[in-house]
Ligand binder design. Structure first.
Ligand code: MEV
Length: 433
């Protein structure tokens, strides 16, 4: 399967669907899921959340050109923001020119926390719990035999002492147990929370205190993905442009990266750009994207200062990008079980493990970041963004069918003043012939 489909964006909706069905050999069920012909049913929605009154849909696009660890992927992205899918696809093409994105991950280890309060002697409690570590891990394992059967299960139990941090802190020291569980292909929240609740009474007993919170941590820093890519200078050049042009673009991106590495105000926006890509993949595949968002931003502060998740450097005739972040995603259970579009989206990505899904989402995040800072460091993002948005403007002022593209094209050709008034007068001209 080849993900570099030339001019995919120029095809009509029908042609894009036909192309995708052909390239991926999609069966009818997958097509129905992707085209929205078989959306989430209202009955299923009622089983999922409370007070249901309807369904909310959003655009589903495809990121083309992505190559990861030598394999091509077409990646579904659900997102309401213009330019995101186009930008990811363009940057994936740049990264492809340097050999594609390389990714690696840790084992799918999630952390669960059990808070122990009013512990009379913390050191004694630690010794008591440590002496029972194996028995506690076995007790946790017995709560999810299915997970153990597929090769996962509890792996470690650590203890952390949390002392008061401020003078008006109302509590004394508390003891926190970290249960580390290999959750295999699940996101893992259910397995972890069940185990934490299950072993908490015994932990409380051993500590001489009482247990309070028993919940997973979204700072999933034992479940990390690293993605890397390089773009040779010449990939930044259009026909006729010198290699120096490509180098200047790369240096601009390096400057943008260092700005975000040094400054939390910029890092927040830089990381938002990364999450534009990641979230779109997560939403399309029915993931708990809030969990990944929380993990990403907490991880970005882990060195005591909020900073950029990615880093771009110029060396050896190329721009090199790298990013590591936690990625708690699953391909079994959760929304995937019930949502036809999420099922079809996973199918077209051709992933067979949660780690692969995590790597693809992170790769799209790296590409998205590259696209954003490449544009910001050069022409700015408004021109490209408005060019794409101009089709919405055309439709809003009443253009229909082929008129939409004509109005949008003429607006960009005339120096790019993208307003409703300009669009209206162009439409009038078109209609007058
Ligand atoms: C907009 O959704 C995302 C950007 O602001 C990201 C960035 O500034 O790097 C363009």
């Amino acid at each position: 399967m080849h993900s570099a489909i030339p001019n995919f964006y120029k095809l009509s909706l029908q042609e894009r669907r036909e192309k995708l069905a052909e390239v991926l050999d999609l069966d009818e069920k997958a097509q129905e899921g992707l085209w929205g012909a078989q959306p989430l049913s209202i009955e299923k929605a009622e089983q999922m959340v409370e007070n249901v009154i309807g369904l909310m849909s959003q655009p589903l696009g495809v990121c083309v050109n992505l190559q990861l660890n030598g394999r091509d992927h077409l990646v579904p992205m659900a997102v309401e923001e213009a330019s995101v899918v186009a930008a990811a696809s363009h940057a994936a093409k740049l990264l492809r020119a340097g050999g594609g994105i390389q990714a690696e991950s840790t084992a799918p280890l999630m952390i669960g926390q059990i808070q122990l309060c009013d512990v009379p002697d913390i050191d004694h409690a630690i010794a008591q719990i440590e002496a029972q570590r194996e028995a506690l891990l076995q007790q946790a394992a017995s709560m999810d035999p299915r997970l153990v059967e597929v090769g996962g299960g509890p792996r470690e139990l650590h203890l952390r002492r949390l002392d008061p941090m401020e003078q008006d802190d109302p509590l004394g020291p508390m003891l926190i147990a970290h249960l580390v569980v290999d959750v295999r292909d699940a996101m893992g929240a259910n397995a972890i929370n069940t185990m934490c609740e299950g072993i908490a009474p015994r932990l409380a007993e051993l500590s001489g205190g009482h247990s309070r919170l028993r919940i997973l941590s979204n700072l999933a820093d034992r479940r990390l993905v690293t993605v890397r890519g390089r773009i040779p200078f010449e990939a930044f050049c259009k026909k006729g442009q010198s290699i120096e042009h490509g180098e200047a673009v790369a240096l601009g991106i390096q400057e943008a990266s260092v700005f975000a590495e040094r400054d939390p105000y910029r890092a927040a926006t830089h990381n938002k750009g990364i999450m534009n890509g990641i979230d779109a993949v997560l939403v399309a595949t029915g993931q708990d994207y809030r969990a990944v968002e929380a993990g990403a931003h907490a991880y970005a502060s882990q060195k005591g200062r909020y900073t950029a998740l990615s880093r771009w450097r110029v060396r050896d005739g190329a721009l090199h990008g790298e990013m590591t972040l936690p990625m708690a995603v699953g391909i079994v259970g959760g929304v995937i079980r019930v949502h036809p579009t999420a099922q079809a989206a996973l199918k077209i990505m051709q992933v067979s493990t949660a780690q692969e899904l995590a790597q693809i989402a992170a790769a799209v995040g790296l590409a998205q970041n590259l696209a954003a800072i490449r544009a910001l460091a050069n022409e700015g993002i408004q021109q490209g963004h408005m060019r794409l948005h101009s089709r919405n403007i055309a439709a809003e002022i009443g253009a229909v069918g082929a008129e939409i593209d004509r109005v949008a094209t003429i607006m960009s050709q005339r120096g790019g003043r993208f307003s409703h008034d300009v669009a209206r007068s162009i439409l009038e001209e078109i209609r007058k012939g």
